[in-house]
Design a protein around this ligand. Sequence first.
Ligand code: BEZ
Length: 160
Amino acid sequence: MTIKAGDKIPSIELKTMTSDGPDGITTDDLFNGKKVILFGLPGAFTPTCSAKHVPGYVQHADAIKAKGVDTIACISVNDAFVMGAWGKDQNVGNKVMMLADGSAEFTKAAGLELDLVARGMGVRCQRFSMIVDNGVVQSINIDEGTFDKTSAEQAISDLG
Ligand code: BEZ
């Protein structure tokens, strides 16, 4: 079942890339006591994700954080090496945390799988964005095929 408003974020360990290599980070550490915008997408270096989705959050990071958001994080079913390289390519700096869900554990626990097997990409993550307050989903938007509901601009509007 797909995660929805009012649900607790599943407790999973994700990976981030650091100067010392991949490091684990738990969702509890990420979300507890914080307001977080988490957005997910089908894959690092894919056209829409690289040209629109991530750049929008980088561009609007200050406006999002001005609305009381502590962390903006991007998650994808890719390994930490790929997410680290993509973050550098996108110049995310400290604006957007790049989270690797390499074995799709978070994606599956949240019911956000996207079957791209026929396209040679395996099981990936749907394009979504959510506002999470202290580990509880406040709102979630999911894009099916298009890119409109999960943009940074929509997140700013949803934050009120
Ligand atoms: C994209 O452009 O974001 C995309 C392309 C192929 C598969 C999934 C996503």
